[in-house]
Design a protein around this ligand. Sequence first.
Ligand code: SF4
Length: 439
Amino acid sequence: MYFFIKNYGCQMNIYDSLRIADILTNAGHEAVLSVDEANLVILNTCSIRDKVDEKVFSDLGRLKTIKDGSSAIIAVAGCMAQLRSQDIIRRAPYVDIILGPQNIHQIAEIVADMIKNRALDALVSTSSNADDKFRQLSGKFHHRSVSEYLTIQEGCDNFCAYCIVPFTRGREFSRSVSDIVNESKNLISLGVKEITLLGQNVNSYNGEGPDGKSCNLSRLLFELANMDGLERLRYTTSHPRDVDLGIAKAHREIEILAPFLHIPVQSGSDNILKRMNRRYSRDEYFERIEMLREYRPDIAFSSDFIVGFPGENDDDFEQTLELAKKVNYAQAYSFKYSPRPGTIAAKMDNQISDDIKSERLQILQNLLNEQQSTFNQGFIGKHVNVLLVKDGKHEKQLVGRSEYSQAVSVCGNNISVGDMVKVRITAVASHSLVGAAEQ
Ligand code: SF4
């Protein structure tokens, strides 16, 4: 079959979509670049906010046209498939396959079953777990870029009051160090220069080490630090509570470890952090930031914020603004609280009106954009190291990311995708930098 995968949501879904493509290609199917060329369409979904679910349903509505009267197969995978399989069957009865994020290793055999017997009702498989998934995920890798994700840990035990991830990705599971080292070598053999280690709660990683003992994230980072061909290492997403001294030392001592950390705080108010079940206080958050800055003074931070969480009053919001000012982020993401079915927060009283959420979001985003712009302005005339990942809009222009995770457009002669180049920054665009490659 000719397959097309549409990805929604987080980096872990991007990783899963690549593994799905590997499995289908190894089973003899062919990837195509547009849905119009495909007779096997896979939507790898996210369910982090209601808006995303509705986007998937409207895309499914459009897919009905290619399905009518054809032998095309439509599959829905990912977190929404895990959480809302019955809703999908009810609202889009023409969907053939529904696959949880930890059942992606079954895609080829389920497609084969569906091809063999087109009269079958929708095949739903959402029961597996991460351990099974990674034990059965195998086979040749295809089509990798110079910068790739590598899932090392999946699932989450934290149960933050607003989050559906523990219900879609299950309990925390960490892959063994040898598994991760082998996959890293595999990626590097395909030309990958930068690896971003992924986990919903990446810094609670505790996989089996080479000595059979439990290995935490900082030890894993040192295991990968001297891997031939690996030019840059990143990891995401960290939980503030699990940032420890080992991580700080890793940032001081590992040359290829990017001095950039995404460390979601969500709110600056202890009252709201408690209601969110984040299990750290604003002071403990500051302590982590200060420790990391002590060990790696040039380290840059990004974060996630939720405004309008149930019970958030003006003073709580003021404390969020104050925290953001104190940390001074290089970049940050902020969202209005979105009630998710099945989460504790969705049943909480004191839900905030959408108007107030929008007002607070605007104020916070203005502050965060200002911080990002000031951070980027500080690089004019200075140098950063950019891994070039794709062509830019203009001739002799390539695009990549600096060690501080800034998007950079680079002009220069004799530069190509995959090069790590020293760039002198000449200008700042809205959310990116512009520079010239030093020859
Ligand atoms: S730590 Fe992250 S993934 Fe886990 S429950 Fe909290 S928000 Fe969700």
